[in-house]
Write a protein that binds this ligand. Structure first.
Ligand code: NAI
Ligand code: 15L
Length: 268
């Protein structure tokens, strides 16, 4: 049966807020979880991913989890370790113990961020391209994908790992013309990932049907995802303002954009 009750972690965040408004139209009842309180949502669970008891209670009885919680940009390794690596492990362990059938995991293009962007005419990047994290942040998403594979192989807990490009209301950079996912397409993709049958552990890229797309959406389409949007209407204005991408500039010539150039953030 299709999942109806879904735990949305990271519900206070940018993507969580978009999905709180878009997913109920697909028939889901959302249970909300975030370390930050959410205004107007008295029933939301306000807890950290390090709180194993709170997680166990939060996943009890849900049909699936849409796991968006975590640090969403580069940060000191210790913080990434706590929220994204241990936090995601804690979530999987809670889900396993409570018999939750499926997790949709917000992975990121930054798990493969050091992959050179295809030039015009070159093949699109497949989902089985070797992982090349561009940051500690991207490394945590790479870990999450491996954790998902382990929990499928060992415990039969299914995951769709969605390597999201940039999911924001509008593209705001020339790079985003290639990697943008409109919020409406994001909801379509998460719905497909929550409902497709027999996913095992499936990795997909998350973006709209962009004219300048860099990666292969076929594994996402195989779940039933049918993107409707394209960043191209934004292209002329963004290119006039920012110029074309220069493939010799590492921040332009890799999937991960400026993340490949950003220095690590050390803890002290
Ligand atoms: P965001 O930073 O706006 O939201 C993340 C939420 O997670 C925040 O509300 C934060 O309070 C919560 N959180 C962080 N650490 C936590 C912890 N230890 N315990 C409980 N809650 C915690 O990020 P955004 O943009 O909404 O992204 C959501 C997810 O999607 C993240 O996992 C991010 O890595 C991933 N993603 C997002 C992309 C995008 O374009 N928005 C692109 C690729 C991946
Ligand atoms: C991500 O993984 C981040 O969470 C998001 O804030 C954007 O930076 C996005 O990638 C991107 O690559 O544009």
């Amino acid at each position: 049966p299709a999942p109806r009750t879904v735990l949305l972690t990271g519900a206070a965040g940018g993507l969580g807020t978009l999905m709180r408004s878009l997913l109920p139209a697909y028939g889901y009842t959302l249970r909300l979880f975030d370390v930050r309180p959410i205004e107007g949502e008295p029933d939301a669970v306000t807890a950290d991913l390090t709180d194993k008891d709170a997680l166990r209670e939060a996943v009890r009885g849900v049909d699936a989890v849409l796991h968006l919680a975590g640090i969403s940009l580069e940060a000191p390794f210790e913080k990434i370790l706590r929220s994204n690596i241990e936090g995601t492990y804690n979530l999987y362990e809670a889900a396993r113990r409570e018999g939750v059938a499926r997790i949709v995991f917000a992975s990121s293009n930054h798990a493969v961020g050091f992959t050179p962007a295809p030039r015009p005419g070159e093949p699109l990047i497949p989902v089985d391209t070797p992982r090349r994290p561009d940051t500690f942040y991207g490394l945590s998403k790479s870990f999450g994908e491996d954790l998902a594979q382990l929990y499928w192989d060992k415990h039969g807990l299914e995951t769709v790992s969605v390597r999201i490009g940039s999911c924001f209301p509008e593209p705001t950079s020339v790079r985003m013309l290639s990697v943008w996912m409109s919020p409406a397409d994001g909801a379509r993709l998460f719905h497909a990932a929550l409902t497709a049958e027999g996913v095992g552990h499936t990795v997909v890229y998350g973006s709209s049907a962009n004219t300048r797309l860099w990666w292969d959406l076929s594994s996402a389409r195989a779940l039933g995802y049918d993107p409707r949007d394209d960043s191209e209407p934004y292209a002329a204005k963004l290119i006039a303002e920012q110029g074309e991408l220069d493939p010799e500039n590492p921040a332009h010539g890799h999937l991960g954009g400026h993340f490949v150039n950003d220095p690590p953030i050390w803890p002290y």
